[in-house]
Every structure is written in structure tokens, then in C-alpha cells.
Design a protein around this ligand. Sequence first.
Ligand SMILES: [Zn+2]
Length: 472
Amino acid sequence: MTSQETILSYISERQERLTQIAQEIWDRPQVALQETFASALLARELEEAGFELEWGVGQMPTAFVASWGEGSPIIGFLGEYDALPGLSQRVSVEIDPIEEGGPGHGCGHNLFGTACAASVMALKAAMERENLKGTIRFYGCPAEETLVGKTYMARAGAFDDLDAALSWHPGDANIALNGSSLAMNSFRVNFYGTASHAGGAPELGRSALDGVMLMDVGVNYLREHVMQEARIHSVVTSGGQAPNVVPAYAQVWYFVRAPHREQVDEIYARVLDIAKGAALMSGTSHEIDFVTGCYDVLPNDTLADLLLEKMQAVDDMRFTDEERAFAKALQATFPEGSVGRAFEEMKKSTPIDLTDRDLHDPLWERVLPHSATPPLGGGSTEVGDVSWITPTGQLSTCCWPLGTPGHSWQTVASSGSSIGTKGMLFAAKGMALAGLDLLTKPELLARARAEFSEAKKGKEYVTPLPEHTLPR
Ligand SMILES: [Zn+2]
């Protein structure tokens, strides 16, 4: 049996157990930094398979690293397992929460962590059989949804000695990801004023809410004078409690995003000036509470091409008529235009001609080659931080019907179904085979690393986190 065959049969033989793990995590969704169940389950599985555990990485109790092997190269697999608040949902084609207002796996991270764990365990089986040298690691990364996990793990140096990292994300097509995402800062601004009777003694009061509102006005004027691709969004998290009390306290929470880290830094500095101005105008004081920040993803074509090649080699994803019918029914509940929009996006992501038949197929089984210049997404991920520390490759597989809105009840439903687990097993195989090549073909790894060094253009990763911030 070749190493490739060892890997593929390892995953195939354990598909029931792997499906069960993903299902158990789906059944027990836990939001960012509270993933005690998922992290313990995956860690136990890896420990039983012979991996050594290190807990509490980056000062987060639900973060861990599971390692096996010796010496170099060191290849890391980034697994996530946090859920989203308010998305509790059964595997159903109509809204049907299991727990009203409870959390749900609206980003498929129940599949995400499990696939990466499957990859390293399969890889270990092949390494043992062939006596292969090197170290493989599963990174149990909590709190991706709040963009906290990997940023804090990165600050703790958890990825520093990696030769390369591999990861994936559930999606609606089988494709290697070679695009980028936006760098981001997340921060809250607290305004402190003076309370007074809003009718009886308004002249004695200084409204913290005025600070928030003036800041909002300032930021809206700023929008005209930042780059087109920047994104600035906010919510007022506290604005006082009654109109007849001048609010002594108010808070606004901002995300500032842009294609590159230094662009975020530049816009962020201007937003801080606006906060100062707003405080001055309203006669209040203010304080910045930095929550987290992350980098844009630095793509690595060598790794994207490798992942594509491995997915093409596996190419065993097949859905049943029943799964197709479920997917079609789910699609019928999407906001109007979702499927068409996803189809148009996919056309930009792959050079092959997609036809009307593809548009009407709810589940895309085939492997799509990626375009040389993919579109830039509007979201952010702290995989970006890892990608500036070590060459990082990502793939995506069909776990959801085409056009499934992100972070929706429909995503939860599909991630809890056999559609999701088929996508998960496919991803596990592709990543494990890619990992095997990185361990056994030094020239390939050298190429990925040379591309990485060049793409950084002399910039080195510096944590976006201020020194004393803690993960939360
Ligand atoms: Zn996600």
C-alpha cells in the first residue's frame, strides 16, 4: 500500500467515527472561547491516536496543540470549532430552532475541526508505516468567529516554527483558495459624561451618547476619504437607558477593514482622532478598548496548486438524489438572488466555463481549478495572521448548497446533514495528501517557502494586538 492509499483508506475506514464526532460537536454548539466540549472531544481523539497535547495556548483554555513526530519539517493543520450565537437550528428546510435563541454551527466549524483532526491522524498512520521524518500538528483554534483565536495564538508564538500550514473552510464548491481577505481591527470606544436630569438641569449634564453620535458623524465624513475597498461598520452597544437622564456612559463598537494590514493601521489612527474630536465636542472623556485585530491572507500559489492537485486526485464526492432534493428545498428558502450571486462569484473564481446546468445543480461535486487572480472577499479571518508567519494553503469543499448565505440557519442545517460530512471527509483527504507531499518533497516545500518570502516584500509579522490585551 502506498502512503496515499494508507491515508485514503484510514479516512474511509473511520468515516463513521469522524461523522459522529462532527455530529456531536454540531449537537453541542458553543460560542467563541466557550468551546469546552468540542476542544475536549477532538483533543481526546488525538491523544488516543498518540498525539501529545498542549493546552491553554495563547492564554485561552479552549486552545490546544496536538503534536506527533520528530524534527523537521513541521506541518500544521488549523482546526476551528466555535459556533455562532442565535442560530440554533435542526436539520430541516424550514426555520426550526432546537433551542430558541441558542447557538448553532452557522459556519460549519463542527466539520472544520474534525476534518483537520482526521487529516493529521491519517497522516500519522502513513508516516508510521513508511517511517517518515517530520512533525505534524493539529492546532485547536478557538474563537474564529470573533477573530480572536489565531491572533492570540500567533502573539504567543504558536506558529513560529512551522514550515507550512494547511487549512480549509466549508463552502459550496470544491476549490483551492488562492484569494485574500481583509485585514481588520475590532475596538470599542467608551464615552464618559456627566449624568443629570435631561429636563430639569440639562446644562449640568454632558452626554456620553452625544460623544458616540458625533463620532459616528465624523466617521461617516471620513468614508469619502478612505480607499474604496475599506469597510467601516459599527453598532452602538450602550446608549443610555432613558431619555430623561443624560447618559453618563455610552459605547460604540467598530470594525475597520482594508485589504492590507498597514491600510487598517492608517484608517484606524484617523478614527481614533475622530473619537478624540467627538469627546472634545461633547465635553466627555473617552477610552479605546481594543478587542482584536487580524491580517489579510497572504496567498500561496504553490500550496493552492498542491491542494487542487490533491482534490483532483481524490475526486470521490458523490451526493444522493435525496441529498440533492434536500439542498434544492433549502435553496428555495434563500434570500432572492443568493444562488445567482454565488454563481457569478464562482465564475470569477474559476477559469472553466460554468453553464446553466451548474447554476441549477444545488450541490457541486466536481473539483474546480482556481483562477490566477481571484476576487478579494469582504470578510476577515485570522488565518491571515498565520499566513504572514508561515506559508499557508487553504481549500474549500461543498458542504452546503450553492449560494447558502453565510452565518444563517440554512448553513447550520446543511452542516448538520450528510452533505456537510461528505464535504468534511473530502477536505480531510485533500489536506492529508497535501501534507504528505510537504513532508516528503523538500523541493516543493522550499518552493512554497521561497514564494512566501518573496510575497511578504520584506514585511515581517507584528501582532496587531496591544501588549496587555487579553483574549475575550
Ligand atoms: Zn468560519
